[in-house]
Write a protein that binds this ligand. Structure first.
Ligand SMILES: Nc1ncnc2c1ncn2[C@@H]1O[C@H](COP(=O)(O)OP(=O)(O)OP(=O)(O)O)[C@@H](O)[C@H]1O
Ligand SMILES: [Mg+2]
Length: 239
């Protein structure tokens, strides 16, 4: 198992955001976390990347317990995150933003840059434009591109489709699939459950800080409870 999240509890002050979440991510998979607002999806990702401390439980990555490892070291170990809200550097160009993703590691940065530009031709077209002047969708691509520049073994994506036009949403999901095909494991958080389940291998449903269901993604697409709660209910929404 590449990533094992075992019974993690996470608090914001006295508020328990995660109450014993366990999630497994195997090498090569796309795993998705779905759930209502406030269910704890972002908190789960932030805890994996080391932005939130654990109250209890453990996170094991590549067989090593990383529960106490600092966030910047987790990036070097291969945990890449494109954060919710994008978080790019507005005053830097697209290319500079991408280089920032690679600055702490060794290896052939130019080759990775070429690969990111290959995945996102729009970023190549705009490579000298300031990050902050890119459109919302373009900034989202830039955030994903920058995370890829860290050469992650697992890529954590928090709502990559948020705020995008329908056509671009489709494109982002295809790109995530392509990233996975090229060998990167993906842990994906999405409000857009329908599309996330269509590209994922397995899925977990979170409710108020706990996992209430886990199954192959295809099964959840057909699950009446999941359909009613997260997929808009009607049978036609699966098409
Ligand atoms: N900085 C914070 N301070 C206090 N409580 C927080 C903080 N961040 C999150 N929470 C709480 O923790 C719980 C889980 O939040 P989280 O952001 O993980 O949910 P989410 O599943 O990502 O929701 P959404 O779909 O709206 O992004 C929520 O009840 C939220 O109010
Ligand atoms: Mg969130």
């Amino acid at each position: 198992m590449l990533l094992e999240i075992r019974d993690i509890h996470v608090h914001y002050g006295k508020i328990a955001a995660l109450k014993g979440v366990s999630v497994d991510v195997d090498e090569g998979e796309i795993v998705t976390l779905i759930g209502a607002n406030g269910a704890g999806k972002s908190t789960t990702l932030k805890t994996i990347s080391g932005l939130r401390p654990l109250s209890s439980g453990r996170i094991v990555f590549g067989g090593r317990n990383i529960s106490k490892v600092a966030g910047h070291k987790r990036v070097l170990m291969g945990i890449g995150q494109a954060p919710e809200g994008r978080g790019i550097f507005p005053g830097m160009t697209v290319t500079e933003n991408l280089f920032m993703g690679a600055y702490a590691r060794k290896g052939n940065v130019e080759k990775d840059l070429k690969e990111v530009f290959d995945l996102f031709p729009r970023l190549a077209e705009r490579k000298d434009q300031a990050g902050g002047t890119m459109s919302g969708g373009e900034q989202q691509m830039l955030a994903i591109g920058r995370a890829l520049m860290t050469q992650p073994k697992v890529l954590l994506l928090d709502e990559p489709s948020m705020g995008l036009a329908p056509k671009l949403i489709q494109q982002i999901f295809s790109i995530i699939q392509e990233i996975n095909r090229r060998g990167t494991t993906v842990l994906l958080v999405e409000q857009n459950a329908q599309q996330a389940l269509q590209i994922a291998h397995r899925a977990y449903v979170l409710e108020t800080g706990a996992v209430v269901k886990s199954a192959p993604a295809g099964e959840l697409l057909d699950d009446p409870q999941v359909r009613a709660a997260y997929l808009g209910g009607g049978a036609e929404s699966a098409i």
